[in-house]
Design a protein around this ligand. Structure first.
Ligand code: PLP
Length: 400
């Protein structure tokens, strides 16, 4: 039987909680969403989290909040999923792509070279769940020379006085960096709870608010609750209070709130995320590393150091010596042994939407090298030891 790549973890506890949400009479944003937000705050050590309908919606909402507009630039890695860059295009701004390092993470040196007076936001991506070098990135945006270059065009930008750092943490819930968890490592951090992610609500996302003073997390949270719900002064729950029907619309907002049905899945998953989900994912990562580390045909990913730990989202194995075509052949031979594998990701400059905007993969040599040799192996809670052994065997037999 085919080993799938990343099936969702749905058991009776989750099904029961979803049924309870359905039976409760309240299915959109309400008590379960608020409770899930609170659990995420506690988990990440951040004071305010807004749950939203997807990471993409969360990233875009925050770009709009910050006032990113035509003429602005947002720095993103070339090696990421399209969501990171498409949200910039939706604002009419320009994604400025930079190369990554052999560990798949955005190069701080390359960010430094890419900053211009038009740079409004930097979006580092914690690829595979491994956190970027946030201390270096935050030091860079706080550098007096970078601050002097920054050209604010609204009050929020003036208050911050430098480019905003918004982590695309779609992969990295639970990752750590110097004793802190993803969520507090940058100004804004956005998680994804899409069906293939470590923790899923089917579709969903969360925005961690960690803006420095004088920004106030409570006030920002309140504002964003409205902004993510049409800009309407009262949410649906508040309007159900007897007689409380009149509302105002404060501005032309967006619609990307999380539903209580989705939050029901999240509430169950967050409770066991550390003790069960991450624990099992680490066991699988370690089994792969044990199998491939001493074999010179492979290059194993870096995922734990004294300063960092991954969320064990993607095991990004690389073939040590292979062209893109040889990697593709190896993958077909793994598929033929009934094991699903994947590639994370096809670099943005290789995709039509970005090629047609003038981006060229030749400008991102490390990105291309990482991509051309990469094969992502299955990692999920229900993957058994026997299946892990089957994956290892298939990869060993397929590799050149
Ligand atoms: C999945 C993913 C996203 C988008 O998440 P959604 O919740 O599906 O919007 C963004 N960035 C990266 C790197 C992703 O892998």
């Amino acid at each position: 039987m085919m080993i799938p790549f990343s099936p969702p973890h749905i058991d009776d506890k989750i099904i029961d909680e979803v049924i309870a949400a359905l039976r409760s009479g309240w299915i959109t944003t309400g008590p379960r969403t608020k409770s899930f937000e609170q659990k995420l705050c506690e988990f990440c050590g951040v004071s305010r989290v807004l749950a939203v309908s997807s990471a993409s919606a969360g990233l875009e909402l925050m770009l709009h909040w910050f006032g990113v507009q035509p003429g602005d630039e947002v720095i993103v890695p070339a090696y990421t999923y399209t969501a990171t860059a498409e949200v910039v295009i939706h604002c009419g701004a320009k994604p400025v792509m930079v190369d990554v390092r052999p560990d798949f993470l955005i190069s701080v040196e390359e960010i430094k070279r890419a900053i211009t007076p038009r740079t409004k936001v930097i979006i580092p991506v914690d690829i595979a769940g491994y956190p970027c070098d946030y201390d270096e990135i935050m030091a860079l945006v706080n550098d007096p020379a970078v601050k002097a270059m920054f050209q604010p065009n609204n009050d929020i930008q003036r208050q911050l006085g430098r480019p905003m750092v918004m982590a695309d943490a779609a992969h990295s819930l639970g990752a750590c960096y110097k004793g802190k968890r993803a969520g507090v490592l940058s100004d804004i951090t956005v998680f994804s709870f899409h069906a293939v992610k470590n923790l899923t609500t089917a579709e969903g996302g969360a925005i961690c608010l960690n803006m420095p003073a004088p920004f106030d997390a409570d006030a920002l949270y309140k504002m964003l609750c409205t902004y993510s719900l049409h800009g309407q002064s009262k949410d649906a729950l508040a309007k159900t209070q007897i007689g409380n029907w009149r509302y105002d619309v404060l501005e032309a907002g967006y619609k990307c709130n999380m539903t209580d049905i989705a939050a029901a899945l999240g509430l169950i998953e967050i409770e066991r995320y550390d003790s069960q989900i991450l624990k099992r994912r680490k066991e699988i990562f370690d089994a792969y590393t044990l199998a491939f580390a001493q074999d010179e045909r492979f290059q194993i990913p870096e995922y734990e150091t004294a300063e960092k730990c991954t969320s064990y989202h993607v095991y990004a194995l690389r073939l040590a010596h292979a062209t893109e075509a040889q990697r593709d052949e190896t993958m077909q031979s793994i598929f033929a042994q009934e094991v699903s594998v994947n590639v994370h990701f096809i670099p943005l400059p290789m995709l039509t939407a970005y090629k047609s905007r003038g981006y060229k993969i030749e400008d991102y040599p490390v990105t291309y090298d990482n991509y051309s040799r990469e094969i992502s192996l299955p990692v999920y809670y229900n993957l058994t030891d026997e299946q892990v052994a089957q994956v290892i065997k298939a990869v060993q037999q397929a590799a050149l």
